[in-house]
Ligand binder design. Structure first.
Ligand code: F0G
Length: 357
């Protein structure tokens, strides 16, 4: 059967009917890759590590899973326009699905604080892009206010259809593995995604009659870690601009996911994020954006801390790291993180000298 996106594949778990016009770009069905090289790096024989490559979605991030449902429902309910505040990926996805559906799309972004790839996506898909002099949290408050007062549908993850669509990623993980993972490491920003995964796992547990659920291990950047600190942050900072959020909308739900699953929400520093970012690209061939690398950064931190040291030598645990967005979203960061190419004269001798064969 030809794959036709998350709504068709998981229709029975989603709030759609035969009347829902399905706006899709065949999102989802992303690879769950075994990361043998990273496993070796971690030095633990007992970890079976998988990477869920969400950057392979049509607009390059996991947001497409939720956006197909949110935009399809907006069309079904007769909306004329959708709106979101965004650190970049939500706006890229909203803009793309809107242009496909014929809806007007308005996006509010924090001025100067979103990666260029994401900005270019929103613009080329004809969204009305407004840069607000403030951060993501201010932009989200404005978007909420506008959507309350005007006939515009908010497509941030406060919109429950977004969470419904995003939960399909956990179904895919279970379907690919043939079982539930033991641990899931992932970035946390506005906290919609951890909420969605946990909802998905719990729903699938009932269907699959399993008694196993993963521990949800969420990671915020240390300069933007309101949930870890237990209070909102006025001026969040991190190079991982996608998760530069000081007051997450789904805060409570993220804490529930953590506590119900017996997991953690913790911090990783920008330095740890960049180390993991380069390691994923350099050992597994997967180019992710910095925010996505915080899942692997979190895993490295917890391995180092001895978190897994109690696993008996014969036992193995299954760990999934969620790689939420593609590296091409933020090429500036890649360029800043590596050595620039050497420039040589255009002759064989000069090239050979550099490539050291
Ligand atoms: N990773 C990436 C690449 C993201 O773009 C985001 C969020 C997250 C992780 C965190 O997910 O917010 O559900 O906890 N990006 C949002 C946006 C905020 O506007 O694109 P979350």
């Amino acid at each position: 059967m030809i794959y036709k996106g998350v709504i068709e594949r998981y229709r029975e778990f989603l709030p759609v009917s035969s009347k829902t016009p399905v706006i899709t770009m065949y999102e989802g069905n992303t690879p769950l890759l075994r990361a043998v090289n990273l496993e070796r790096r971690l030095g633990l024989q007992s970890i079976e590590l998988y990477l869920k490559c969400e950057g392979f979605n049509p607009t390059g991030s996991f947001k497409d899973r939720g956006m197909t449902v949110a935009v399809s429902k907006a069309v079904e309910e007769g909306a004329k326009a959708v709106m979101c505040a965004s650190t970049g990926n939500t706006s890229a996805s909203a803009a793309a699905y809107s242009s496909r559906s014929g809806l007007k799309c308005i996006v509010l972004i924090p001025e100067g604080a979103i990666a260029l790839g994401k900005l270019s996506q929103a613009m080329i898909h004809n969204a009305e892009v407004v840069a607000v002099r403030g951060n993501f949290d201010t932009a989200l408050n404005l978007a909420r206010e506008i959507c309350e007062k005007y006939p515009v549908t908010l497509v941030n993850s406060i919109n429950p259809y977004r969470i419904e669509g995003q939960k399909t990623a956990s179904f895919e993980i279970v379907d690919s593995l043939g079982r539930f993972p033991d641990y899931q490491f992932m970035p946390v920003g506005n906290a919609g995604n951890i909420t969605a995964y946990w909802k998905g796992y719990k729903e699938y547990q009932k269907v699959k009659h399993s008694d196993c659920l993963p521990k949800m291990m969420g990671f915020q950047a240390s300069g933007s870690a309101p949930i870890v600190l237990g209070k909102p942050i006025k001026n969040p900072e991190t190079i991982a601009t996608a998760i530069r959020i000081g007051n997450p909308a789904s805060w409570k739900k993220a804490v529930e996911a953590r506590d119900e699953s017996g997991g953690v929400i913790d911090t990783v520093t920008d330095k740890e994020i960049i180390t993991a970012y380069k390691l994923i690209a350099g050992t597994e061939g997967i180019f992710v954006e910095p925010a996505s690398a915080s899942s692997v950064a979190g895993l490295l931190k917890y391995v180092k801390k001895g978190y897994f040291s109690e696993i008996k030598s014969k036992e193995t645990v299954t760990v999934v790291c969620i790689l939420t967005g593609h590296g091409l979203k933020d090429p500036d960061r890649a360029i800043k993180s590596v050595r620039m190419p050497k420039v040589v004269s255009a002759n064989l001798k000069s090239v050979l000298k550099v490539i050291r064969l």
